[in-house]
Design a protein around this ligand. Sequence first.
Ligand SMILES: [Zn+2]
Length: 107
Amino acid sequence: MSLLNCKECGSQISDTSKTCPHCGAPSTMAVGLSNQNKAGKILVGVFSIFAGLVLIIWNLSKEYPSYMDRELADKYFEISSQLHIAGLFLILIGIIILWYVSRAKTK
Ligand SMILES: [Zn+2]
């Protein structure tokens, strides 16, 4: 445990406390952590959208081998459409995370 200087009032506060006991401002440590948290969430959101797009593009670009018999082709189709839904789902999750992060206030 070490002491930090409050950004607002300049008094010394513990780095384990999230807010200054004197003026109630968030400690410098707390601000740093929440920014890091935000950056991590943005990364997850962007990655999720990217992964979803890759999945859908890959899914659309691949061709069905002509040697497949009907039963196998049906199964192939089924898996393919599931991948498509998974891709859309990933994009949706990514958008929700980014939307949530952009709404969250950081002090
Ligand atoms: Zn203070």
